[in-house]
Design a protein around this ligand. Structure first.
Ligand SMILES: [Zn+2]
Length: 116
């Protein structure tokens, strides 16, 4: 968390370091200096996750498992949370509210289609 990546403004040459996953506006000339598109994060085991990866978390008693395929919007990785509220969560929301998330190989519902 909090790793900064170098950015350079093509218009005036300003350089700085910013968090990945955000549009960066040049503080000197106001141009769009760059966009850190290599949006990656780490799951609760430290594995890299990015858009297109499947992640899973559990919550409640008894635990209820939710899975979703990450996608990117507005510079953030978002998990669609099918069947629960809210319908989408950022990774920070998952860390804060359900204690973390884990990358999984594939959707369990594809793996065990009969297990409802
Ligand atoms: Zn600039």
């Amino acid at each position: 968390m909090g790793e900064l990546l170098p950015v350079e403004c093509g218009a005036c040459g300003w350089t700085g370091r910013r968090k990945p996953g955000r549009a960066v506006w040049c503080p000197k000339c106001g141009s769009l200096a760059g966009f850190q598109v290599d949006l990656q994060d780490r799951d609760s085991d430290g594995l890299l996750v990015k858009a297109g990866d499947t992640i899973s978390f559990s919550f409640g008693i008894p635990p209820r498992r939710v899975e979703g395929i990450l996608f990117e919007r507005d510079g953030q990785l978002i998990m669609p949370c099918e069947g629960v509220t809210p319908k989408e969560a950022t990774l920070d929301m998952l860390r804060r509210h359900v204690g973390g998330f884990w990358k999984v190989d594939r959707l369990a519902r594809d793996q065990y289609a009969d297990d409802a």
